[in-house]
Each structure stands twice: as structure tokens, then as C-alpha cells.
Write a protein of this length. Sequence first.
Length: 186
Amino acid sequence: DALRKVLHSRTPRAARRKELRPAAVLIPLVSTPENLQLLLTRRASNLRRQPGDISFPGGAIDAADPNPLVAALRESEEEVGLLRSDVVVLGQMDEHETVTGFRITPFVGAVKGPYRFQPNHEVAELIWVPLTVLRQPGLLKIEHRRYKGETIPVYHYLYKGYDIWGITGRIIKELLDLIPEKPPTT
């Protein structure tokens, strides 16, 4: 409830470059008896775009999608078997531009666990990360890279042998900055 209030009290920032290909992702927060878990996917190694990368369920917005939220929910259903009716949408986060040419609109959704996810061929693995773990000292490493004349921070969350970075790391950093130190309950 706290996260929903924060997301609804702000206007999400739009990306500067509207010419980028629009995409949308869902940030599934799955409640378990022990904690709140972030669901990520490791993309299959045979995919053309970002094979093996860790990401949120989502993808390009199709012409048939009336808006980014519908696209995020559709893609989540296709990729991990998360039914739209089982997601309580908490709100939208800022749009993000990627170096690969996408303009991504992320949405946060609460899912009551346990849930029987069914990944499709695009997903090699489901990765569960407790929100509280993401705040542990030493888990976040920040690298600075030059891109188009600017120095940008690249956030790496090093968790159980996974390097969660790039746009996924940036979105996680924004999410953690938005929520109170104590994880929200759903």
C-alpha cells in the first residue's frame, strides 16, 4: 500500500527521445509468507536480443496494444504465465532509454504468492530476489561509463552469482529509491 501511494503521488518522467522503439515491462513483486520477492528472468541464450541477460518480463509494444500497461501485462503472461487478472497494478515508474534503442515504460505489480509461473521458450530461468536483500551493503556496485559524451552510472546488483545490471539494474535502483526502507506489504 505504501508503494502504491508513492507511485500515485508522482508524475512518471517521460523519456527524452520519443523516436526510440516503445517497450514495457512488469516489475512483479510476489508476496510470500517470509517476504516480498522481486521476480526476474534470465533470457534464453538463443534469443536475438540480449541473450542470457537478466530482465523483467516485458517487451516491445505491439500495434494492437492500446497502451504500455496492456503490453507489459500481455508480455508477462506470454513469458512467465502470469495472468493479467492475478496482477494488482501498483503504478508506473519513469520511462527509461536503453543503449539498444528502446524506450521502456515499467509498471509495478503485486502478485499473491505462492504462484505457479510457467515460463515460455524465451525464458531460461526465473530468478527470485527478496527486496530486503537488494539493500544489503556490498550488493550494489556502481560503474561509470561514457555514452554519447556523458558519464552515466551503471548499477550492478551482484546476487547469488548473478550480475543484474543495465536497464534492469537502473529500474531496480529507482524502485528501491521510491520505497520505504521497510519493504511494502501487498
